[in-house]
Design a protein around this ligand. Sequence first.
Ligand SMILES: [Zn+2]
Ligand SMILES: [Zn+2]
Length: 392
Amino acid sequence: MWGINRHFLSPSFKIKKEIKNVSPCIPSIEYLLWCGKKIFNHNTSYMKAALFTKYQAPITIEKVPDPDLLIDGVIIEVKATGICRSDWHGWMGHDSDVQLPHVPGHELAGEVVAVGKTVRNWQKGDRVTLPFCCGCGYCPQCASGQQQVCDNYFQPGFTAWGSFAEYVHIRYADVNCVRMKESMSYEETAILGCRFVTAYRGIVAQGKLQPGQWLAVHGCGGVGLSAIMIGHAIGARVIAVDLEEEKLAFAKSLGANVVLNAQAVDDIPSAIKEITKGGVAVSIDALGSQTTCINSVLSLQKRGKHIQIGLMTGPHATPPIPMGPVISNELEIIGSHGMQGHQYPAMLDLILAKQIPLKKMIGKELDLTAGAAALMEMDAFKNTGVMVINQF
Ligand SMILES: [Zn+2]
Ligand SMILES: [Zn+2]
């Protein structure tokens, strides 16, 4: 959380501005205690943020102190931030990294407005984004280029306050920030930061999917739709599975060759094996349930790769994976967790070269208040495409 390592602080981040249109709200005792001296310090400047003080309690728009700037960090004025199911898990209390009070948000793009003393690669005015899973830059994982599994990981919206705010502080900026493509909007870039990079790494780096191979995508939420577009872009044949016709129609419009409604098809793995004449080379559980996980494993051809991307929580945390076929067919069970910032350029090049229709993926653009409300309703699975907050 900001302010813990105060000796690392750079000169104070201050932006002279009036706070306007902050919804009237009564801060909770927990929030006031956390703010302590800071909120009553006349030198502190403030920003708007969507904040919760208890898990599963209403997220309200509050006036909170601007972020402190650490010497290895940058402060980004958030221009767009995606709303992701992992934010919902954090709000529900499923993620032990989330400490109260908390500001969610981890898929973001914006403009650098303050730069820490030791940061070399960035300056004010740069348009940047970042993967949600930031590395420290010096642990053994980071030293080997695997920042996505950093031993001292930093995740805005989880280990620190996130981007459902006017400003967000990003630590280890040299390692994690990525320059935006000039031709891409803040909205298109922001939605890459979690679900898209995870799907890209899952398919390309972990799954090693090749043109002409079959890819199965179980679950057509944000990760699933991203996986469909990426699979299609690299020339694979894609089967999309979901429970809703509307999502399947959308999946088809994004490049799925075959769609299967699991409400209408009893045995999804058998259907996939019949269509592909033996199973898919790579299969992704993009939802995170016991059913989708097991269906994904059983959809594979011999020596195929199951990629687990959907988070497994609650009753789904320990799925009974069918180890018989895993052994006899030499299947691979592989996790995938975000992506390193340094892998962004290849992904951005693919997006532009293949004209991946990111705009089509944006289902709704919202302001901060509506975005906070939408986050609390994420478990209802009502939306097709992803939601982006772009007014603060
Ligand atoms: Zn590290
Ligand atoms: Zn996410």
